[in-house]
Design a protein around this ligand. Structure first.
Ligand SMILES: Cc1cc2nc3c(=O)[nH]c(=O)nc-3n(C[C@H](O)[C@H](O)[C@H](O)COP(=O)(O)O)c2cc1C
Length: 368
């Protein structure tokens, strides 16, 4: 290992802020991408019921934070939800399966938010078939408030290493009502190997990894200009950027120290996982994918309420040829013949983390 790589890892490991001159330290404290986080504080602050529900729905988890949802308000009580196909992920999600799951997460949050206000949603999925809108909805009186909604602001995707302790038995019992939970030591060992191997394939498969690199936002200005994708921000990562240790060019170069260190960090975090959650479906039609998204966000909100962290680890579920072998292996481990594993996620106790950016709701509206 070269000196600079060791230095990088010790910086990362110790959380030492590198450029510790007074001016750099002052600069770093201003690096929170506040503008990109505004939707987390304006959720709920709308008078119009559909806008209020939408302001929560845009906080839904979704692949690569593409936020492909577009909402059209029609008349007094109707809403049409589209998926913006310019935000597709053709390399990592060639059949738009994961993006559709993200739309399911969005629709479930929309439903919960509307229910808080005493509205039920009369919902038709794919009213014009697969090529058209994802859903047409009408807000009607009704709706039963859902206790899971209380965790909407605390739900985040936690990519850090989780504590080396088992998930509480009570929490496991509750979560088993939402998804299949794998916490048997031999299953956990096998899934750690599988998820690490799948991540290694993804990061070394050029056409797939480049899709991610293109979506990386380096530092506050890039994040605020495009509050989506993979945001690399906050004082620590910005200190690495200041020191020239983290940039786009190095991230696409598998031989760079920066790439290798990022790779090692991700592998270590994947290893530090005490349990997994799995959502499968019998069919794999668009409506099944929407249902899987609804299940996933309910699970994630429930886990959040129990003080648990989660991160989807989707690499082995992805349908590009280089992943074929692990895709099959993953299905053999986690699904019955004919079923599809729609989501696989890490589960455990993690450190507190920041919310991820969102585009303001106003930018996600279609005008008839
Ligand atoms: C279908 C789907 C697949 C996802 N796969 C991954 C993944 O493989 N790795 C990961 O770190 N996050 C994954 N995510 C999480 C998103 O990156 C995350 O939801 C998004 O960046 C927004 O961040 P938030 O969940 O903290 O609000 C996935 C989310 C969805 C809905």
């Amino acid at each position: 290992m070269s000196f600079s790589r060791r230095k990088f890892i010790s910086l990362v490991g110790g959380g030492v802020v590198l450029a510790a001159t007074a001016s750099a330290a002052g600069f770093l404290t201003t690096r929170r991408p506040d503008q990109a986080l505004v939707p987390w504080s304006t959720a709920g602050a709308y008078d119009e019921p559909r806008m209020r529900a939408l302001s929560y729905a845009i906080l839904a988890p979704n692949p690569h934070n593409r936020q492909p949802w577009v909402a059209e308000l029609l008349g007094e009580d109707r809403l049409v939800i589209y998926r913006d196909k310019t935000r597709n992920l053709p390399e990592s999600d060639p059949f738009d399966r994961q993006l559709t799951i993200g739309m399911g997460c969005f629709l479930e949050l929309l439903r919960m938010a509307a229910a808080e206000d005493g509205h039920a949603l009369d919902t038709t999925l794919f009213p014009e078939g697969e090529g058209g809108p994802v859903a047409e909805l009408r807000f009607v009186a009704g709706g039963v408030a859902d206790p899971l909604f209380a965790h909407v602001f605390d739900r985040h995707t936690n990519r850090r290493a989780y504590e080396d302790r088992a998930v509480d038995a009570d929490a496991l019992a509750k979560l088993k009502g939402f998804a299949t939970i794998k916490n048997d030591p031999s299953d956990v060992r096998a899934l750690r190997v599988l998820t690490r191997e799948a991540m290694a394939i993804e990061m070394t498969t050029h056409h797939v990894y480049e899709e991610s690199v293109d979506l990386m936002r380096f530092g506050k200005s890039e994040i605020e200009a495009n509050p989506d994708g993979i945001s690399l921000g906050g004082p620590f990562l910005e200190s690495l950027m200041l020191a020239g240790l983290l940039n786009r060019e190095d991230q696409s170069d598998q031989n760079s120290e920066s790439f290798k260190s990022g790779f090692d960090m991700m592998q270590d975090a994947l290893e530090a996982t005490p349990a997994y959650a799995v959502v499968t479906s019998k069919g794999n039609a668009r409506v099944d994918q929407i249902a899987a998204g609804r299940d996933w966000i309910r699970l994630h909100l429930a886990a959040t309420g129990l003080g648990l962290a989660m991160q989807p680890v989707s690499q082995a579920l992805q349908e590009y040829p280089e992943m074929g072998k692990l895709y099959t292996q993953n299905h053999e481990m986690l699904a019955s013949p004919g079923e599809t594993v729609q989501m696989l996620g890490r589960l455990g106790y993690g450190p507190a983390i920041s919310p991820s950016p969102r585009w303001p709701l106003e930018t996600r509206l279609a005008h008839a």
